[in-house]
Write a protein that binds this ligand. Structure first.
Ligand code: HEC
Length: 233
């Protein structure tokens, strides 16, 4: 019972002390002196980046981007080769690929499989039926006559290497009634091939030469005869 009475008396005493303290200048200054002496509390979380730093880093990134775009060399590993010429490489990539003589002969050899059905892989032909291409005067002779035979075909009696033939050689060019319609490039390749195979040794025939003959004979629609070819031999 007695302790109960003590507690009920305490708050009143505290209030009295607080009221006294609140109005006391000295105690107020003492409290502030403590606050002034203490450092700022360390704070948690983010604080904004200084504007100067932000601008500086942005400028560096910008300058680096410009540098990379300017000196990237298309990210081609070849640019580390001091002999590499970027402009020449670009021109070579866009220009039409020119075939090497070996490639022309290889393609001609492939096309020749069609001819081999008659003239044989050996180029020797079949005696009395298909004339030989190996050592043939027409194959090794003037391009003008040879191209004409391939484009429009050849009919009627003919003598090759002293032996007579009288058959029908089909037309291979893009001509009216021609069954094969080979491109001029393919004809040039197969002709270059038969002029270099089996010991034959005559010059290549170009696509441009075939173009020119096809243009000159645009009106023709039937195979040649030996007599008609004579002016071109
Ligand atoms: C269907 C059989 C046949 C085919 C395929 C054929 N030829 Fe002929 N070729 C002949 C015949 C037959 C003659 C002879 C024509 C004549 O007697 O007038 C001849 C003649 C020739 C001649 C002139 C005569 C000579 O021997 O030099 C040449 C060149 C020639 N052919 C090349 C070719 C080429 C190249 C090919 C393939 C692109 C080819 N021929 C495909 C049957 C053929």
């Amino acid at each position: 019972m007695s302790s109960n009475r003590d507690q009920s008396r305490e708050p009143a005493a505290n209030n009295q002390r607080a009221e006294q303290g609140a109005v006391n200048d000295e105690s107020l200054q003492q409290v502030h002196a403590i606050l002034l002496r203490e450092k700022n509390e360390p704070s948690e979380g983010f604080s904004p980046m200084p504007l100067f730093l932000l601008g500086f880093i942005s400028a560096i990134i910008f300058v680096c981007s410009v540098y990379v775009v300017h000196y990237r060399g298309d990210f081609d590993p070849l640019v580390y080769d001091h002999r590499y010429d970027a402009a020449a490489a670009k021109a070579a990539a866009s220009a039409p690929k020119e075939l090497t003589p070996e490639q022309i002969l290889a393609r001609g050899r492939q096309s020749f499989q069609t001819c081999a059905a008659c003239h044989q892989t050996s180029g020797q032909g079949v005696p009395g039926v298909y004339p030989p291409l190996a050592g043939s005067e027409l194959v090794l002779g003037k391009e003008d006559a040879l191209i004409r035979i391939l484009l429009h075909g050849l009919n009627g009696p003919i003598v090759v290497k002293g032996n007579p033939y009288n058959g029908a050689m089909p037309a291979f060019g893009k001509v009216p009634g021609g069954g094969y319609n080979w491109s001029n490039e393919r004809i040039a390749q197969v002709l270059s091939y038969i002029r270099h195979e089996w010991g034959n040794n005559a010059g290549f025939i170009t696509t441009e030469q075939v173009d020119a003959v096809l243009k000159a004979e645009a009106a023709r629609s039937k195979p040649w005869t030996d007599a008609e070819l004579k002016p071109f031999e």
